[in-house]
Ligand binder design. Structure first.
Ligand code: ATP
Ligand code: MG
Length: 427
């Protein structure tokens, strides 16, 4: 096949290869376990949804709906979209299956999301999110629970240098008043705004606060502060959340410019940010979105949730060389065998060892003793079991260390499993 014909992965979509796949699996395992410990239960929804779901929930004026969605017509002419995020699907599924009628739900999901963005480090067109959503609680306690959960998760993973920022966007009236004040302020600088922000001045001025353009950020220094527009209820709610976070020993800063990329939030929003990652600094973000369930046709339901970007999380762990990022999925032991009878013994031993939880790599195919030992070395295993003709005849195996200078041990075949597990334990 000529070079031109070679088919590559779609731009912005990644293959996950070994050994990094082992790191992902370990991280996912830790996430799943923690979510279960906090009583969150898994929900899976399809990758493809009706386009209308996202248009209605996320908001037409958001970057996602305006320019990032992978939407297409299927063979029936229905407009479908590869999900750009997971919350809308959770809400849709919850309504469809009656999960919100006189019930509270703690749910979590993980899976691929799709956004047509310019690919760069930490920003892809297919990326993975882990998300959790709590349905049916109005107070700041559930918010502290979920923020506390993310804090615990980062501690378990060993993620450092990540700061928590929180803000309160208030209720609809507060946002409306604030919006007017912000537009009034920004209009006097209209000629200095970039095109995106100019457009948003009419359509979605709060999003200007989220601008990544340093010139725009500089203009915002003197802008009115949303916290001055909050109702007493919102203020008390926000203060109680801060108290809970303090009790949990979680440090945070209040960032009045934090609005999040999606339109659906009210009151509390938060982000975990690693400042070393430029425009891809946010590893996890979330907030309260009390109106979405109703907007999509369900009963009024308070909601609070977050989404965490797995690629960014993995990169941050790798760049700070966290212990967990050293994980690789090497076998514990490699089995060298010469001849069909020895190979049959090797296959049986592999079965028995795997049953005991040992990770075993078997040499398959032809190969001299020397060649097999090279492979054993390259496998990263710490031990090697050797079964040659002599061993078959004697009913034995030879056990050797690949990393330490030690005499090899000759063991009866029926004692090999116990000998190997003992050796592995003593390493
Ligand atoms: P950003 O401001 O970085 O574009 P966002 O506000 O669009 O982020 P959310 O929709 O809140 O992001 O998604 C939650 C998390 O998912 C983000 O904080 C980030 O970690 C991750 N994420 C979002 N978009 C991408 C992407 N294109 N590639 C990789 N990860 C992403
Ligand atoms: Mg974005």
């Amino acid at each position: 096949m000529s070079k031109q014909q070679q088919i590559k992965a779609v731009r912005g979509m990644n293959d996950l290869l070994p050994p990094e796949s082992a790191l992902w699996a370990r991280i996912e395992g830790i996430c799943d376990e923690l979510l279960g410990q906090y009583s969150y239960r898994r929900i899976n929804t399809p990758v493809v949804e009706s386009t209308a779901l996202f248009a209605r929930s996320i908001g037409d004026e958001t970057d996602i709906v305006a320019k990032e969605m992978y939407s297409f017509e299927d063979r029936n002419g229905d407009s479908l979209t590869l999900r750009p995020e997971g919350t809308a699907s959770c809400v849709r599924a919850g309504i469809e299956h009656g999960l919100f009628y006189n019930q509270q739900q703690r749910l979590w999901y993980r899976g691929p999301m799709y956004r047509h963005e310019r690919p760069q480090k930490g920003r892809y067109r297919e990326f993975f999110q882990l998300g959790a959503e709590a349905f049916g609680w109005t107070g700041p306690d559930i918010e502290a629970e979920l923020i506390g959960l993310t804090d615990q998760l980062f501690k378990r993973l060993g993620l450092e240098q990540t700061e928590l920022q929180i803000n309160c966007l208030g209720d609809a009236a507060a946002r409306q008043n604030y919006r007017a004040a912000l537009v009034g302020y920004l209009q006097s600088f209209a000629d200095q705004l970039d095109d995106d922000s100019k457009r948003r001045l009419d359509s979605n001025p709060l999003r200007i606060l989220d601008s990544k353009n340093p010139d725009t950020q500089a203009l915002l220094v003197g802008a009115p502060d949303i916290l001055d527009f909050l109702s007493d209820t919102s203020k008390q709610h926000f203060e109680q959340l801060q108290q809970y976070l303090a009790e949990l020993g979680i440090e945070f800063t209040i960032n009045p410019c934090l609005v999040r990329g999606l339109d659906y939030y009210n009151d509390t929003v938060f982000e975990w940010i690693n400042p070393d990652f430029g425009a891809q600094a946010t590893v996890c973000g979330g907030g309260r979105y009390d109106h979405m369930v109703e907007q999509l046709g369900g009963p009024p339901t308070a909601c609070f949730g977050f989404a965490l970007g797995m690629e960014r999380l993995v990169q941050m762990l790798q760049e700070q060389a966290a212990d967990i990022s050293q994980i690789i999925d090497n076998p514990d032991i490699f089995i060298v065998s010469i001849g069909n009878s020895a190979r049959a013994n090797a296959l049986l031993l592999q079965q028995s060892l795997c049953r005991e939880g040992v990770r075993v790599q078997l040499h398959c195919g032809a190969g001299s003793m020397k060649n097999q030992f090279k492979k054993a070395d390259a496998s990263g295993a710490s031990l090697v079991l050797v079964i040659g003709e002599q061993e078959v005849e004697d009913g034995t195996v030879a056990l050797r260390s690949l990393r330490q200078r030690e005499e090899q041990q000759i063991i009866a075949q029926n004692e090999a499993v116990i000998a190997v597990t003992n050796r592995l334990e003593s390493l």
